[in-house]
Design a protein. Structure first.
Lengths: 152, 152
DNA sequence: CAGTATCCCCCCTGATACTG
DNA sequence: CAGTATCAGGGGGGATACTG
């Protein structure tokens, strides 16, 4: 973020997304926020990030509308950082990363945290790509329409 | 990648995934690979990345099993970089990023590329989180089972 | 606890030149 | 075209000290 060259205007949503949350710390902060972390020091000690960096990241994410600050829920004098609706929209990105890592980055016997259905406790299903009508698609069944979003 | 502090062993699949593909260029290279880019110079001119950086990134991604090299398909003397099965597994990560950006980072009238069903040309469906039995879930319906060993 | 302010190093990254 | 080598800078990011 705040990098020399921005791909914000590249017309590719992937590039624009990475322009906003594509640095190494942001998604980890967001992941922690999904796990219920709200306070500065919780983020700091949990991530092992330098305080200055964390302050910068929290400010950036807030400016970009992914986090917002709220008065402390426990009545203390400090702010809490919570995900906005826009921020919560990143949940599927986190899940996709998690599922890929589970399938390709772990040995079967390795211990890891697991995302489960809150009620049943059963693991959630693999994300699937579907057509508008609900057919399951592979990557090779898709194609990218370059900028053909004509001026309606 | 190759950063001072690695979260590889953190027991959180998200952290481990970011450790491997969490830098800014990697996902853009992978996105281009999904779009059919295979040659060094195609990546270089398409991304505007410095040649040295690109060489490093391609090497890293190859070492990590996300890309592999193949002899040029057109008979020329050079290598091509193509996604492995592990690399192709990142497609849903790209799609999730794309969908989030489309929903939260674009004005309705803004020009952008579009991922469509290769046959019908219709846009693909929004990814959905589902329980093992197929029920649609929200973030708030889930919980993370911390691994046995590591905190996080 | 929740930051801000400094210092400073290292490495990411770009630019350029060189090679096969 | 497909890289490698080298140099230079800027800022990411850690450590520490300081403040309310």
């Amino acid at each position: 973020m705040a990098k020399r060259v921005s791909l914000w205007n590249a017309g590719c949503p992937v590039a624009r997304a990475l322009d906003v949350i594509g640095d190494w710390w942001s998604l980890l902060i967001i992941r922690d926020a999904f796990d219920g972390v709200r306070r500065f020091n919780e983020f700091q000690s949990g991530l092992g990030i330098a305080k200055g960096m964390l302050a910068t990241r929290l400010r950036d994410l807030t400016e970009r509308g992914i986090l917002e600050t709220a008065p402390a829920s426990d009545g203390s004098a400090y702010r809490e950082y919570v995900l906005t609706e826009k921020g919560r929209g990143l949940f599927l990105v986190i899940v996709a990363l998690r599922q890929w890592a589970e399938e390709h980055l772990y040995r079967p016997d390795e211990h890891r945290s697991l995302l489960v259905d809150g009620k049943s406790g059963a693991p959630i299903a693999r994300l699937e790509l579907r057509s508008g009508e609900g057919r399951t698609l592979e990557w090779s069944d898709t194609r990218v329409n370059k900028g053909v979003f004509d001026a309606m």
